[in-house]
Ligand binder design. Sequence first.
Ligand code: AMP
Length: 442
Amino acid sequence: MKSFQELGVSKSILKALDEIGFEHPTPIQEKAIPAIKSGKDVLGIAQTGTGKTAAYLMPIFGKLVKAEGEDPRAIILVPTRELSIQVGEDMNELLTYSNLRSAAVFGGVGWTKHAELIAPGVDVLVATPGRLWDLYKAGALSLKKVRTLVIDEADRMLDMGFMPQIRKFLEVLPVKRQNLLFSATFPTKVEEMSHEFLDFPQRVEVAPSATPAEKVAQYYYPVQNYRTKLNLISHLLQDSETFKRVIVFCRTKEIAEGVYKVIKRKSEGEVRVLHSNKGQSSRINAINAFKEGEVRVLISTDVSARGIDVSQISHVINFEMPSSYEDYVHRIGRTARANEKGTAISFIGEDEIFHKERIEELMRCEIEALDIPEAVEVIPISKKERLAQLREIDRQKRESDPDFKGAFHEKKKHQPRKHPTAFNPKSSKLRGGRKKGVNKRR
Ligand code: AMP
């Protein structure tokens, strides 16, 4: 495996990478960086989660070297506002020690705001096609200096009907430029688009990093609070025929301990808990016993579960949604290994619906809702829990919409709830948002 240095990543970026904590290039980075540096057009087949954004950003930054002029020299077209914000954030981080100027623009906000944003000058611009066209038509930017054009998530771009708009850009952009096309899949229509858009491209491809969603059946239960979650998990685990070998994921060691105590008391078979407070040998023992089949249920935090390679796990239960979407993929990838089938079940509170929707977008699949079995006692949500949920929902809305002023307070004012009731997950209006917010780096 090559290092970032060996791939010729510039010094200022290396310093930022060090700070972010990216130690080694991902496979797509290892393949795409040299291809892009060579100046050829590149066709990249890589899913979200493979590190493809940094794979094209790093060589682009290397080519641009330093801030110059006012108009963008590299344009990245993305299908959605969320992706634009996400790529914008990735650029900011990578450019911490560079004077290159980056900006992210997207629809849904007045274009004049974006015109002001880029007025002082920008070297790399990420944009949704409609917004870039607004700015171009209004004369807020010139495209004459563009030497690199990236089309990211080309398959989604086509699905969303952006092709006519992209064609308009191809007419106004300088002919002499490098084109990079990234797509998660390579159906015929993307292939056709690539012929229109790329000249003798070099194809780079990595195997999808996510467990193929088809192999893992994914479900969720809408569960309002911690105590109901405990009742539900105890109920499910009573069925040891179905739930043969189960790993339960919790976000914190405190929750993991709490779940452990209840399950140990109420369910059959050996149960162990793994988290960072457990000594190394006790962790290894637990994993080995789980592997051997001596332990039926293993409860773990995300960090402790890294590297557990155990086959024949029948179920992954997410007691809570993880704090990073990669962790979700990682968690469900514990089951359905090596062509086996597996089931992932998530317990989702109203404040976790936001994350579920982001995950569905990322994995391009739907997680099916199940009704809580009648035998499970549903504990009414306490005022304190409901308040914490509303605060979290408020935070999520603010995160996905910088103009959002705080519905939580409005809600309290206009519709006081004396008896918080169960929620209907299908009525959730939480759309939009960005992956990064909950995508903490370790
Ligand atoms: P992407 O495929 O661009 O959506 O990236 C998926 C995730 O991988 C992002 O959260 C990045 O921060 C992370 N990532 C990108 N490159 C690396 C790397 N070399 N090492 C570790 N994580 C990375």
